[in-house]
Write a protein that binds this ligand. Structure first.
Ligand code: 6PG
Length: 233
């Protein structure tokens, strides 16, 4: 995917997810054989959300990626477009919107990402879109300052909004573990309740959505949802 995009347009824009689940993938991509296959110098890295902590804080999504996928010798500094969490959520959200504008697609104020990676919390949140009332800003702005308590992680955050996710070319959700089984069954089930299950706010107009889940996370999926595990392929 990245090679085709680079061949066609020059850069491959990727929005990373925070949280623990994608860390194994990030680590793998920076190791042989993948490390030799990816067009690192043409890849531009963004984030779907960030916690408002300094960039070297172990809770920073940027820092977690820097320790795994963003090896200094691979990715030029100018290809890294982080959310400046240390500035506080409001200022960082405004600054990130300005950064996104630099890479905006013709008809938008933000890039049409080639690939967005997303996780999901046990409560059905994704990026930093949490259950509850949908704010009016979420419907008009590419970035949002939010406050949300989840598993003792930093509460002040900045997130991209569904406007941005829904204009991406490809989205991939990475979900593992029993604690996510109920939420996964609900978000992929027949009831649409985007206030309760923020993942349901993500439905790209043209882009593709792929769910990569493990058997524990899939353990409560209703029978009418077809899926294949790797060992069945
Ligand atoms: C964050 C996130 C968040 C995360 C989920 C899942 O910064 O916390 O981007 O949306 O993806 O909470 O996290 P885990 O993979 O750790 O379960």
């Amino acid at each position: 995917m990245s090679e085709d995009t680079v061949a066609q347009g020059g850069i491959f824009s990727l929005a990373l997810a925070g949280g623990d689940t994608p860390q194994t993938l990030y680590h793998l991509l920076a190791q042989p054989p993948f490390v030799e296959q990816l067009p690192w110098s043409q890849m531009h890295f963004f984030w779907g959300d960030e916690r408002c902590v300094p960039p070297d804080d172990p809770e920073s999504n940027y820092e977690q990626a820097r320790r795994t996928i963003l090896k200094k010798e691979l990715v030029p500094e100018e290809n890294i477009h982080r959310i400046r969490g240390e500035w506080g959520s409001i200022k960082a959200a405004q600054d990130y919107a300005v950064q996104l504008r630099t890479f905006a697609a013709e008809d938008l104020a933000w890039p049409r990402f080639d690939l967005v990676l997303l996780g999901m919390g046990a409560d059905g949140h994704t990026a930093s879109l949490f259950p509850g009332q949908i704010s009016a800003d979420e419907l008009v702005s590419p970035t949002l300052a939010v406050t949300a308590n989840y598993q003792g992680r930093p509460a002040p955050r900045v997130t991209l909004t569904p406007l941005v996710f829904n204009s991406a070319h490809h989205l991939m959700f990475l979900v593992t573990g029993k604690s996510k089984a109920e939420a996964l069954a609900a978000v992929l089930g027949s009831t649409n309740n985007p206030k309760r299950w923020p993942v349901q706010r993500i439905h790209p107009s043209k882009g593709s959505v792929v769910w990569m889940v493990d058997e524990d996370a899939a353990s409560q999926l209703p029978g009418n949802i077809n899926y294949l595990f790797e060992h069945e392929l």
